[in-house]
Ligand binder design. Structure first.
Ligand code: ZN
Length: 265
């Protein structure tokens, strides 16, 4: 795709849903600085606050935030402010937005069989954020000057468009299979270092795969953004079994209360 076409695509409403192959890119370069990323995150966060039904229940939000912060501390971006939100939505889903933002649906918490299953899904999202997959995708779609100007404040419409995209598709960007594998590969040690058994991520994926086979619509939103196959489950399980799991836990004292709250939504 030539630059002008790319630019037009980038400024279109469905900008991040477009396949980016062919747009100007320097082999996975990231044109978005960390400062810009966190600044952009604030704009999208404000927009999403008015468009998503965010849960205020302290039992639930404190629990998710505590786990999230534990995970973030295991990453190289642990010195930046990250924020975790619970969305009142019974569809199974979680997603990362650039700038240290992670959104977890009540439907995902309600469906988790143990704390480690929920932590596994969150560790995968934190890994996407720490690996900066979202801004790398953006860098493939936008020229550097477009990112510096249009995205970051000079065109507030972009934050609105990104938020609309998130609401419509349940994700900031459609990541590549390689991004997904990388988020699994990094998510496993992140959750292990936070004290949770990474077998939880394999079990969560397995549970959703089975749900999807029983009822293909049940976890459609999650599967559209996180293609899950038996092979992926097997890969994650092998990764989980390659770390030292002694002393790691599948559960904690607060998970059951948080899940029953999520199930009431
Ligand atoms: Zn993912």
């Amino acid at each position: 795709m030539r630059y002008r076409t790319c630019l037009r695509a980038a400024l279109g409403v469905a900008l991040l849903a477009l396949p980016f192959a062919g747009c100007a890119t320097l082999g996975g370069a990231n044109y978005v600085s960390l400062e810009q990323e966190w600044q952009m995150g604030q704009q999208i966060e404000a927009q999403l606050a008015s468009e998503l039904d965010l849960v205020n229940d302290r039992t639930l939000t404190n629990y998710v935030n505590r786990i999230g912060q534990q995970l973030v501390r295991q990453t190289t971006l642990g010195n930046r402010p990250w924020r975790f939100y619970v969305v009142n939505d019974d569809r199974v889903n979680a997603f990362n937005v650039p700038g240290g933002l992670v959104y977890v649906h009540t439907g995902l918490i309600a469906r988790a069989g143990s704390a480690a299953e929920l932590v596994g899904a969150m560790a995968h999202e934190v890994a996407h954020g720490a690996l900066r997959h979202g801004t790398r995708r953006m860098s493939q779609a936008y020229e550097a000057n477009v990112i510096a100007g249009a995205v970051l404040g000079r065109n507030p419409g972009i934050a609105q468009q990104v938020a609309a995209q998130v609401v419509a598709t349940g994700a900031f960007a459609r990541f590549s299979r390689a991004d997904e594998n990388e988020a699994d590969r990094i998510g496993v040690p992140i959750m292990a270092q936070a004290g949770y058994d990474p077998e939880g991520l394999a079990r969560m994926l397995e549970r959703l795969l089975e749900d999807n086979q029983r009822d293909p619509g049940a976890v459609g939103r999650f599967f559209s953004t996180h293609p899950t196959t038996r092979e992926r489950v097997a890969n994650v399980r092998a990764l989980a079994r390659s770390v030292n799991r002694s002393g790691l836990r599948m559960n904690d004292g607060d998970f059951a209360a948080a899940r029953s709250r999520a199930q009431r939504y």
